[in-house]
Design a protein around this ligand. Structure first.
Ligand code: DC
Length: 228
């Protein structure tokens, strides 16, 4: 049982995928974290971002496991890579930038393809990413393409940064999101696109609870309620 959730950055994929996995009590595979783990290891081994082959070798050799851990009453989905716990160190700006680059290398994507399939086959899972419904699990039982307008995604990002006390202008964030969308949709390797049979859920005018409900409705419709 695979639920594929794809979509652009900032549409709320991580939050929604986490809630859906918790509610259905199934595994959550955050595929972005795998790419981040590869970038993190490469950085620590002083491999330059443009050494695609060496980075693909790293991706090929790493082993991944997701574990659910509770902290302060919250449930977190933590990636263990070769047995090492990876927390906030894979969420820094430097890692985000390196990840964005290395995830565009075909060799790296191929090296992580089997790891993602193995994780998904092992247990009923929600997989969250960019190409789950198109490339990794084209036969997934449920495919969701989660979107939101660029303006709404910029607004969410702005609020998130403001909460952390970071002052960044809304216009600059919006501009950055538009540029990234353009890059993601038009890149040669694994461009972001909706699978023909994916159901689009637009979260622009919905809060988290409403979006989770909309996603669960799709799961119910596509699986006949077998998993709920
Ligand atoms: O979802 P995220 O921000 O953790 O993703 C990190 C980077 O990895 C981002 O640049 C998009 C890329 N990515 C990808 O190319 N394919 C995936 N399945 C998941 C993430």
């Amino acid at each position: 049982m695979i639920i594929a959730i794809d979509g652009p950055a900032g549409a709320g994929k991580s939050t929604i995928a986490r809630r859906v996995a918790e509610l259905l009590d199934i595994q959550l595979v955050d595929t972005g974290a795998l790419y981040r783990a590869v970038a993190h290891r490469a950085m620590h081994e002083d491999v330059e971002a443009d050494e695609a082959e060496s980075i693909a070798d790293i991706a090929e050799e790493l082993s991944f496991e997701f574990r659910r851990e509770s902290s302060d009453g919250d449930i977190e989905n933590i990636l263990y890579c070769d047995g090492d716990r990876l927390g906030d160190e894979i969420r820094t700006q430097a890692i985000s930038e390196m990840t964005s680059l290395i995830s565009s290398y075909l060799e790296v994507r191929e090296a992580l393809l089997e790891a993602q399939r193995e994780l998904g086959r092992a247990r009923p899972s929600v997989l969250e990413g960019r190409d789950i419904g198109t490339v990794i699990f084209p036969n997934a039982e449920v495919k969701i393409f989660l979107t939101a307008s660029a303006e709404e995604r910029a607004r969410r990002r702005y609020n998130e940064l403001a909460e952390r006390g970071e002052e960044v202008g809304y216009r600059d964030i919006l501009e950055e999101i538009r540029e990234r969308d353009e890059r993601d949709r038009n890149r040669e390797v694994a461009p972001l696109q909706r699978a023909d049979d994916a159901v689009e859920v637009d979260s622009t005018d919905m809060n988290v609870r409403e979006t989770v409900t909309a996603v669960l409705d799709v799961v119910y419709e596509q699986t006949g309620g077998e998993w709920m």
